[in-house]
Design a protein. Structure first.
Length: 203
């Protein structure tokens, strides 16, 4: 955890120094960040994490998207549109609508492997935008995702800070490393693609 924050702070200090020196503007710096993979590291869950289980594999990441936090949140929180915007999401069926979220039956799959779980999604709007999900179905493989949308120095960009934990013990052993590596490598690009697709529909 400390190493991730240290790297993130170092990156911000370098960017700030370039801006202060007049070499780059904040918009130019953030535009470059919005093309990169961001900072993503692996970790294990603890009993005090919201998922409440110790030892699950997970990721913590931070990346920039070329959209305001309000727009990015609007797209990411539109869970019912995921099957249209995210290739691996096959079906989302709303089971219950709550004041700040949804309970859904959520089916996703790739490479011939699919899973269906009952998930509670929770949304927190302005000013502290966040989207979280947790599996609540009895006997289902636990997973938890938290996305926090952080404003940047330029309102046209947003930093997304992500935490993901998932039980992948149900996967064939040969697939576990592949899934974790793919998730780490594609974390930023997956959300950028989703957000771009969602925003293009409103134009």
């Amino acid at each position: 955890m400390i190493s991730w924050y240290s790297k993130d702070l170092s990156r911000l200090l370098v960017a700030a120094s370039l801006v202060m020196a007049g070499t780059l503007s904040w918009a130019e710096t953030l535009a470059e960040e919005a093309k990169g993979a961001g900072v993503v590291e692996t970790l294990k869950s603890t009993a005090s994490d919201p998922i409440g289980i110790e030892g699950l594999p997970g990721l913590i990441g931070s990346f920039v998207v070329a959209a305001s936090c309000a727009d990015a949140f609007s797209v990411v929180s539109d869970i019912e549109k995921y099957p249209e915007r995210v290739e691996k999401v096959k079906e989302v069926v709303v089971l219950k609508r709550e004041s700040k979220g949804l309970v859904v039956r959520y089916t996703e799959g790739a490479m011939g492997i699919s899973s269906t779980t009952t998930m509670r999604w929770t949304f927190e709007g302005a000013p502290s935008y966040s989207v979280s999900s947790i599996v609540i179905g009895e006997g289902e493989s636990p997973s938890y995702t938290m996305l926090r949308f952080e404003k940047t120095a330029d309102p046209g960009f947003c930093r997304i800070n992500a935490t993901v934990f998932a039980d992948v013990s149900w996967l064939p052993r040969f697939a576990v490393s592949w899934v974790m590596d793919a998730t780490r490598d594609e974390l930023a690009s997956a959300y950028r693609t989703m957000i771009a697709a969602g925003l293009s529909e409103t134009k």
